[in-house]
Design a protein around this ligand. Structure first.
Ligand code: ADP
Ligand code: ZN
Length: 733
């Protein structure tokens, strides 16, 4: 037995803690927990769940200062070895404390110390229909059990209102047996036959399908409706036929439901969905089932990349460009990039799909690191869309709707078609302004204006959730001339109601879809095909199929053109193409309309005249000039503090360290900017200051950041203030 245990704890500290093995109880020696097992340890004045990461026979700390582990929670490691390694890699790469990172890999219940014994609490229902005519109660229980899969967990049992005691009599008759489930052999079970692939689809399918059982990163670029999903489905079938499982990642929960439907329609294999809509218990169940090989296809959002899956044969990342794959708080990992590493380690192919691939992925394809497959035609007989740029300098605008747009909508609606309007701003107006002194209502806690909402009436800060009643007079000059400034979805809806009285308007944003099922209900109505208006935030531009839409409108392209994030143009281009992709999916030709005061802006002209790849080419050239990703690598230190000065002085000190001659090659070719205010300089009463680092070498930047983290941890203010490091940031905070 080793004398000392090395343990990590989710504590925000990079330290590895040393504990003694659990005290002997009675005559029975508790076995030393192996690496990867959870233990309960005393920590300060409380108890915490930790993970064993190592053993040793010596320690620098005097034995009497060490405390024994209180309890060993697992008899075997919780994660299969490759995942344990992936977690350690991610912790190292994203420079996030390993205790916090590794705990993040576990379902919440397990992080809390909940026991994992459920793994053995599975029952198998017998194949034979029993004769229970003389035991009506048991017959009833048996009937209820038929709702569950043949193999079911204790928790699943509770979902139908039963507990283990209810099935005890059936267990005595051997109609159900307690079982340690073994992975079921995998094979495709088709519910519906696959479609005949068109030429482009076959080419992609054959090329990817030839390379199973070896690592390769494939980028499948295909406009919306070009049949990417069909290619996924057939590759999944092939993977299952090789007796291997599939992991599919999507950027958000809304897309899991859609894809789940398509998967269920094709396969009757057991599917497991992992997303934020599950309760902690459901998540634990799905996670355990996947661990045990009870799911053939695992579908989930970002964190599902860490799901244990035996015999994984293929990973698919749909809408790979979506920034939702990057976690923006805490453990700031990129789900797509971790997935690529996972595929690499497992030596299996990974497929990234998108109509608008990220510039990083396109650059990797150009360099030959990824294999590019392109679908240019729409599958089936859908027609492709054209663009029209509506120059707002030439057309009068009222409440966000230009005269030209009004005419187009009039025409489309009266022909019986549907129109979709995308505006990435919910609420009535982005601010309330005094006509007398020009002052706008600002959030007292944030560096942002308060959004005006009418339903229910309030001023609302979307960053800190601060709510206020709408003032009747200007707090600054007391004038009673307050007017909404600009338009949000509520205002456009109100205006459209007055313009198009005969048509229903479906507004889809966070305010209208809060209630469970309300989004699904609206989408169902739209699918009836009746002429109507769909209005919403970017929720609308993602994934949904609206076959009856003939006009897709970007109501305001300008807000993204002038944001100071270097990814602004890329995001706008993706949003335009994705929104345009909603139009004309069935037999109806569609057009995308872009309202802008900047009709000659190169992003807009290139995109509409020459397409996404031409835009990407230009944008990549600009990134190259600025040594921006993917031509240079970026890291962002962010300090959040109550006192602005404290944040500045800590980061100034850090920046000063960059001049140290000890840094050698790490500081050569380094570009650094700041300390400077973050894009949002203050949020929820915390000032946000950042230091941005760019370096042509990833390795040097990584080492430099590691060094700076150590310095920050030793600095007295680094211990007091909240600071974070974002490797490969996707948003400039
Ligand atoms: P994407 O994922 O690229 O948006 P989908 O796979 O959803 O495209 O395909 C769009 C539509 O075209 C779907 O209704 C799909 O059933 C249909 N489709 C895809 N491939 C084919 C094909 N080879 N033949 C006929 N219809 C197809
Ligand atoms: Zn606020």
């Amino acid at each position: 037995m080793s004398k000392y245990l090395h343990i990590v704890i989710a504590s925000g500290l990079r330290q590895i803690f040393t504990y003694l093995p659990p005290a002997l109880t009675g005559t029975q020696a508790t076995p030393t927990p192996t690496i990867g097992c959870r233990v309960l340890v005393p920590f300060g004045r409380s108890q915490r769940v930790g993970l064993v990461v190592g053993h040793s026979d010596d320690s620098d700390i005097a034995q009497e200062k060490l405390k024994p582990v209180l309890e060993v929670l697992d008899s075997q490691p919780l994660l299969p070895k490759p995942l344990w390694q992936l977690g350690n890699w991610a912790s190292h790469y994203y420079q996030y404390p390993s205790g916090d990172a590794l705990m993040h890999l576990l379902p919440v219940r397990l992080r809390q110390g909940h026991n994992n014994q459920l793994i053995s609490r599975f029952w198998q229902r017998s194949n034979n229909a029993p004769d229970l005519t003389r035991a009506p109660k048991q017959a009833l229980v048996w009937q209820q059990l038929l709702q569950l899969p043949q193999l079911f967990s204790e928790h699943q049992l509770t979902t139908i209102g039963l507990a283990s005691k209810h099935i005890k009599p059936l267990q005595d008759k051997q109609l159900v047996t307690l079982t340690q489930p073994q992975p079921q052999p995998v094979a495709p079970c088709l519910q519906n036959p696959p479609l005949t692939l068109n030429q482009e689809q076959s080419k992609a399918y054959n090329s990817i399908g030839r390379q199973f059982n070896t690592f390769a990163c494939h980028l499948l670029q295909g406009i919306t409706g070009s049949g990417k999903t069909e290619v996924y489905l057939q590759l999944i079938e092939q993977c299952l036929a090789n007796a291997q499982r599939v992991l599919i990642l999507v950027p958000e929960i809304g897309l899991t439901h859609q894809l789940l439907e398509r998967l269920q329609n094709r396969f009757s294999n057991h599917l497991l969905a992992l997303h934020s809509g599950l309760t902690d218990q459901q998540r634990l169940d799905a996670w355990q089932q996947s661990w045990l090989g009870q799911g053939d296809i695992i579908l989930g959002t970002r964190s599902a990349v860490f799901t244990p899956i035996p015999d994984l044969g293929l990973i698919i990342v749909d809408e790979e460009h979506d920034q939702a794959f990057k976690q923006q708080e805490g453990f700031r990992y990129h789900g797509r990039d971790v997935a690529i590493k996972r595929a690499h380690d497992a030596n299996i192919p990974i497929l990234l799909g998108s109509a608008t691939p990220s510039l990083e992925s396109l650059a990797n394809a150009k360099r030959g690191r990824y294999q590019l497959h392109t679908l240019k035609q729409r599958a089936g007989n859908a027609s492709t869309q054209g663009y029209e740029v509506i120059d707002l300098r030439l057309h009068p605008v009222q409440a966000g709707i230009s005269e030209r747009l009004r005419e187009i909508m009039q025409r489309e609606l009266h022909t019986g078609h549907q129109v979709l309007l995308m505006l990435n701003r919910r609420g009535f107006a982005p601010s309330l302004q005094c006509q007398n002194c020009g002052q706008t209502a600002a959030c007292p806690a944030c560096d942002a204006s308060m959004t005006l909402h009418k339903h229910p009436p309030r001023l609302h800060c979307h960053h800190c959730d601060n709510r206020q009643t709408i003032p009747l007079q200007c707090p600054s000059c007391q004038a009673q001339q307050l007017r909404p400034l600009g338009s949000g979805t509520e205002r456009i809806e109100e205006h459209l109601k007055s313009l198009f009285k005969d048509f229903s308007i479906h507004r889809i944003d966070r305010d209208t879809t809060r209630k469970k099922g309300s989004l699904a209900a609206m989408i169902e109505q739209v699918h009836t095909g009746q002429a109507c208006i769909l209005l919403g935030t970017q929720m609308l531009a993602k994934g949904h199929h609206f076959p009856h839409v003939t006009a897709a409108v970007i109501v305001d392209a300008d807000s993204s053109l002038f944001c100071n994030d270097f990814r602004g143009p890329e995001r706008l281009a993706q949003l335009i193409i994705q929104t345009a992709g909603r139009a004309g999916r069935a037999n109806l030709p569609g057009t995308a309309y872009i309202q802008t005061y900047q009709a000659e802006h190169p992003v807009i002209t290139t995109l509409t005249q020459s397409g996404y790849n031409a835009f990407a080419e230009q944008a990549l050239q600009q990134r190259q000039l600025g040594l921006l990703p993917p031509f240079g690598h970026m890291a962002l230190f962010l300090v959040q503090a109550r006192h602005e000065q404290a944040a500045y002085s800590l980061l100034s000190w850090l920046q000063h360290q960059l001049n140290s001659p000890d840094l050698g090659a790490m500081s050569q070719d380094l570009l650094h900017f700041g300390p400077m205010p973050a894009a949002m300089a203050k949020r929820a009463n915390k000032f946000r200051v950042q230091l941005q680092l760019q370096h042509p070498s990833r390795a040097h930047l990584q080492n430099l950041c590691r060094h700076l983290c150590l310095l920050l941890e030793q600095h007295p203010d680094g211990k007091k203030l909240r600071w974070s490091l974002d490797i490969d940031p996707q948003e400039m905070a």
